[in-house]
Design a protein around this ligand. Structure first.
Ligand SMILES: C[C@H](O)[C@H](C)C(=O)SCCNC(=O)CCNC(=O)[C@H](O)C(C)(C)COP(=O)([O-])OP(=O)([O-])OC[C@H]1O[C@@H](n2cnc3c(N)ncnc32)[C@H](O)[C@@H]1OP(=O)([O-])[O-]
Length: 713
């Protein structure tokens, strides 16, 4: 919908009205057409302003309309109608002008932005491209390089940067609509002809081919296998043609993307990231029935890499922090590191670093007057228990006690305190001030308010918080285990690390499993496995009755921890080196290992690597749903895309299982389980069977098939 009024005597004011973000639904598009007619036929009106209701200009096309046949006027002619208007049209941009919203503003003759507004063309994150003229008008207005950057990254641009680029004509700190009306009055007698961007030539650039070449290489590297970024480059390249031809090219490219599985996957991911905020617990507690407690002051205990990142994220969220570390040297190093991280972040955001929001302590005493504590000490249960005991004795009533553990039992930590209902896990992902994912882990006694408070704090820290149940590895790391195991077994059976990684990176992972293991350090998993007890004479390949691969342990015994030691699954030019090269030593080691265990190397193809690694991971995801550790497939998919570099254009493990076809996933798991009966993680999960028997419903319907979960521990 859109409203119309005449203001200041001669300005027609059109207000987009579609809360919460004034998305360009069919009704809004029709509203723009009708209100423009009104303004243009109103003889008293000399110029027009378009603004958005409730402080947001427009969040773009209505994504919810994409899955049904489009009705109402198409956006391209609506924008064309604005641009060809005989009276000057001014866009009053506050809040956001994104996607089709910015394309509408580009159809206006002038753009006035509030200093806090954000502008962008994020369609690439939805598996699309700016399909209403954005790929043709933006390069004409700000040049090809800047347009390519904005369109292929989908990033938001601040009003200040937009002014510098020439994307907006004015920036104001005052009331944006008032300023836009004043501006409209000032241009009332000027013809808009020279302001129609579609009539601009594409600005000349000395070496356009090299620019397109360079960007195309970058987008292909950054998002392996993704269609949209490539199409974005191709659409901008068409802006060097006459406008009508460029628009035709944009339409063709958009049509291929719109119906692609990748666009469906990325739009699913967009809504899934919002669905996880509507969390629930097996007890029936829910997001809309539980009020979080505001956290003004927090303590972070343990200032290693994670503790530092968590401290920075809290300070940047406006929380006062006491950063605590018993080791004096580590405390000093941390103070240095945290200050420079805060300064760098502040510079990037163009604000002053809030160094006064953090103070440092070598003892736990200040825990007595904080609202919440996040423990981020070494991943050792005995140490963590001691910390929780101390905190419980120190903290004031009502203080929430959270652990950044990546998979240890939250209930055990809660048992060390007098207030187990105030204990939850807050599992951050490294680097904690950058990664958007937060797993909020509720134990059997965690109160809904503790969960609500941790979820809200995560959101305040700019994270996507996902509430998960308490089991070994929670969701992300629990699914990672069978995935890693299959990769190890494939090496034993004849594959090489570089082949397995190549297959997974072609699928779209930023890093294959062996490259990732070398980066994070083989010793991390080794320590956990040792704590669980390695098989005796640990070359034994059976552990707790199941097939076990000792390859990782054997490498660690040789001191091959990965990049940090210069040797791991790959070799590096020096300790800390990052360029992985195949290591002849490893081939020799694998051959000796196979001979020792009577294994005969066989040819393993691309499909087997993909299916064995990914289907084992998905199967664990089905088990997690069956156990009630995750409330729905969206939780699992958001965790994997945001925390484990699952390619967004594949939606997430559960969405991808549905895309492949649950029947096929089931058949392949049965095939591999028959071949490897000693690998339980390949045994198809009952929920998978149930979904197949029920006709393989779409992922959005799976919640209807989930039983009431029982506790995991
Ligand atoms: C032709 C053209 O070229 C192409 C084809 C396009 O234009 S494609 C579309 C391009 N536009 C986008 O990609 C922008 C996507 N949106 C955002 O980035 C953010 O929403 C926001 C604008 C920065 C606000 O953030 P927020 O944190 O204040 O609130 P929120 O929680 O995110 O969102 C609040 C509620 O609004 C819903 N919502 C947000 N944007 C929407 C949109 N464009 N369409 C439909 N619903 C939308 C969202 O799902 C949530 O509802 P619910 O799920 O909770 O029921």
């Amino acid at each position: 919908m859109a409203q119309y009024s005449r203001v200041s005597g001669t300005v027609g004011l059109i207000t987009l009205l579609n809360p919460p973000v004034n998305a360009l639904s069919a009704a809004v598009r029709q509203g723009i057409v009708d209100m423009m007619d009104k303004a243009l036929s109103d003889r008293k009106v000399k110029s027009v302003v378009i603004c958005g209701h409730n402080g947001k200009f427009c969040g773009g096309a209505d994504i919810r309309e994409f899955s049904s046949p489009l009705t109402g006027p198409l956006l391209i002619p609506v924008i064309q109608g604005v641009e060809s208007a005989a009276k000057p049209v001014v866009a009053a941009i506050e809040g956001v002008a994104l996607g089709g919203g910015l394309e509408l503003a580009l159809g206006c003759h002038y753009r006035i932005a509030h200093s806090k507004a954000r502008l962008g063309l994020p369609e690439v994150h939805l598996g699309l491209l700016p399909g209403a003229g954005g790929s043709q008008r933006l390069p004409r207005l700000i040049g090809v390089p800047a347009a390519l950057d904005i369109i292929t990254t989908g990033r938001h641009v601040t009003a200040a940067e937009a002014l510098k680029l020439g994307l907006v004509d004015r920036v104001t700190d005052r009331n944006t609509v008032d300023e836009a009306v004043k501006f409209a009055l000032s241009v009332a007698d000027q013809s808009p002809q020279s302001r129609r961007i579609s009539t601009f030539p594409c600005p000349h650039h000395p070496d356009l081919d090299a620019v397109f070449e360079g960007v195309m290489q970058r987008v292909r590297q950054r998002a392996r296998g993704a269609l949209a970024p490539v199409a974005c480059v191709q659409a901008v390249a068409a802006a060097t043609l006459p406008f009508a031809q460029g628009m035709e090219r944009e339409r063709e490219l958009m049509a291929t993307l719109f119906t692609s599985g990748q666009a469906r996957a990325q739009q699913y991911h967009f809504f899934a990231q919002r669905a996880v905020g509507r969390w629930s617990m097996p007890s029936g507690a829910r997001w809309d029935k539980t009020k979080p407690v505001a956290v003004h002051k927090a303590m972070v205990i343990g200032l290693g890499t994670m503790g530092r990142g968590i401290s920075v994220a809290l300070v940047q969220a406006g929380v006062s922090v006491v950063a605590m570390e018993t080791n004096e040297k580590q405390l000093m190093d941390a103070k240095q590191a945290i200050s420079s991280m805060l300064e760098r972040g502040a510079k990037r955001r163009g604000v002053a670093p809030a160094l006064d929001k953090i103070r440092y302590s070598s003892d736990m005493q200040p825990a007595a007057d904080v609202d919440l504590v996040i423990e981020a000490v070494f991943e050792d249960m005995a140490l963590k228990k001691k910390v929780f005991q101390q905190l419980s004795a120190l903290c004031k009533p009502g203080t929430f006690l959270c652990s950044n553990t990546s998979g240890l039992d939250v209930d055990q930590l809660a048992s060390e305190t007098r207030t187990p209902e105030l204990v939850v896990g807050m599992h951050f992902f490294a680097p904690a001030h950058v990664m958007k994912l937060l797993e909020v882990v509720y134990g059997s006694r965690s109160s809904p308010q503790a969960v609500a408070t941790a979820m809200e704090l995560g959101k305040q820290m700019g994270k996507v918080s996902v509430a998960v149940g308490n089991c070994r590895g929670f969701v992300g790391n629990r699914m990672l285990k069978p995935y890693l195991e299959q990769a190890f077994f494939l090496l034993e059976e004849g594959a090489t690390p570089e082949f397995v990684d190549q297959v997974l990176e072609e699928f779209g992972f930023a890093m294959g499993v062996f490259r990732m293991s070398d980066l994070s350090g083989l010793d991390v998993g080794w320590r956990v496995r040792k704590a669980d007890g390695l098989p005796d004479g640990h070359s034994a390949r059976i552990r707790q009755g199941c097939r076990y691969s000792p390859l990782g342990d054997l490498l660690c015994e040789q001191g091959r921890f990965g990049q940090k030691t210069g040797r791991g699954w790959y070799q590096y030019d020096k300790p800390g080196g990052q360029v992985a090269k195949p290591d002849p030593w490893l081939q020799d080691f694998l051959e000796k290992f196979r001979t020792q265990h009577g294994l005969v190397a066989r040819r393993i193809d691309h499909q087997e690597v993909l299916e064995r690694c990914l289907y084992a991971l998905m199967n664990e995801g089905f088990r997690i749903l069956e156990d009630g550790i995750a409330a729905g497939p969206e939780d699992i998919d958001v965790i994997y895309v945001l925390g484990y570099s699952w390619p967004p254009h594949r939606g997430g493990p559960m969405f991808y299982a549905a895309m492949v076809g649950l029947k096929k996933v089931l058949e392949r798991l049965e095939h591999y389980h028959q071949e490897h009966p000693d690998i339980p993680s390949l045994k198809p999960c009952n929920l998978l069977r149930k979904l197949v028997v029920s006709g393989s419903p779409p992922v959005q319907k799976w919640r209807e098939f989930l039983q009431k979960p029982q506790s995991q521990l």
